[in-house]
Design a protein around this ligand. Sequence first.
Ligand SMILES: Cc1cc2nc3c(=O)[nH]c(=O)nc-3n(C[C@H](O)[C@H](O)[C@H](O)COP(=O)(O)OP(=O)(O)OC[C@H]3O[C@@H](n4cnc5c(N)ncnc54)[C@H](O)[C@@H]3O)c2cc1C
Length: 430
Amino acid sequence: MIANEEPVIANSLWSATANPTPDCPPLRGAEETEVAIVGGGFTGLSAALHLAEAGIPVTLLEAETPGWGASGRNGGQVNPGLKEDPDAIEARFGPEMGARMVRLCGEAADLVFSLIRRHQIDCAGQQPGWIQPIHSEKARKTVTARVEQWARRGAPLRMLSKTETADLLGTDAYLAGMIDERGGNLHPLNYALGLAWAAQKAGARLHGQSRVTGMEQQGAGYRLTTAQGSLTARRVLLCTNGYTDGLVPGLARSVVPIRSVQVATAPLSDNIRRSILPGGHSASDSRQLLLYFRLDPEGRFVMGGRGDYSERGTQAQMERLRAASIDMYPQLEQADWAHAWGGFVAMTADHYPHLNRIGPGVVAAVGYNGRGVAMATAMGKVLADWARGTPEAELDYPVTDLRPINLHFLRRPAVSALLAWYRLRDRFAF
Ligand SMILES: Cc1cc2nc3c(=O)[nH]c(=O)nc-3n(C[C@H](O)[C@H](O)[C@H](O)COP(=O)(O)OP(=O)(O)OC[C@H]3O[C@@H](n4cnc5c(N)ncnc54)[C@H](O)[C@@H]3O)c2cc1C
């Protein structure tokens, strides 16, 4: 179970099968460091690891334990790229910065798997590729353009026929698909815990149960306060994503947290297991409200999709995911659904992650729009570059001013209306 979480979204497969958590005592008394990191998910842990490896004193403060947020709860699908495709990224950000961003997000999955190998992280990481099954003719056009644009840049993506897609998925529920061979999957919580162990080993200090409740400028740096201690630092990295609280005015209003939920079976029999995604791929489909699914290493089927803010709505959504799984794989009819859990993803108005300038010596990285296993790891490396003094213009991601979303207080009804609209579009494929 996920500690300190609402019961309806706490029964996580990943928590039930987690490796030991490194010792991360709460911050007590007054400490000093060069770089302070707030938030211990992939973003903060990757930044801590890259800084510690560069010999920079770094201390990370996490409100709960490493990987407690989205990083320890997600689908474990390591998908390269951003929501927009390379041509659109380069058109929006210009040929130079755009090309750097395309390289960063295109290589982000490789970064994850190279960290796993280098630090021998025990998280069942494998890179057989990510499949995007196509649900409509309109989506076929979008996915075909995606494949063409990445292939033009030398990336290993290709379209799959209906038969190839059905063979790789074990269901003929889709019109066709594409495979991106850079992608893969892993046990997300064990990946986060492995990053935490590696960061500590490299010299980073990690404190759990240390929610930062205050941040004030002090001399050339900042003083962060927690319930039992304080930390002064020259630079601060805010890595709180969908769990951003009121610590920094405006930051929480720059993202819309949306619940994503998953359900998982108990380990399946060998026969059934061999009939679903037999090549070990993970899949996330082309719908607006996408379904994402895979097996875990012990042969549990895991299905994810959008959640809801209320307990009843969340339960209903979990039931829909079980029904969608059985529609696709009737052999799951008798399966024992042992786990159901969820967490917050952070959406942004432009669908891009934001690397925001908060003040002198303070930046925040938030808003992976539900695709952060690879990208948050890559962004952590960019944050480490920034904290080491790399000029903004030379970073691989643009640093922008904080832009709170207008009428943010209306986010819940707005999200509900948008989800209803997307559901219609997905159902009638327009
Ligand atoms: C159910 C679900 C499924 C998903 N599936 C996928 C997937 O398959 N593939 C993919 O690429 N992405 C997926 N995502 C998205 C991905 O998990 C996130 O983009 C990524 O984990 C973000 O990492 P992060 O480190 O930025 O934030 P998080 O992991 O959310 O970490 C933020 C941390 O900040 C801490 N915090 C907040 N405020 C404070 C404070 N004041 N002081 C101290 N600590 C604080 C929180 O406790 C939290 O641990 C999914 C997300 C969810 C919820």
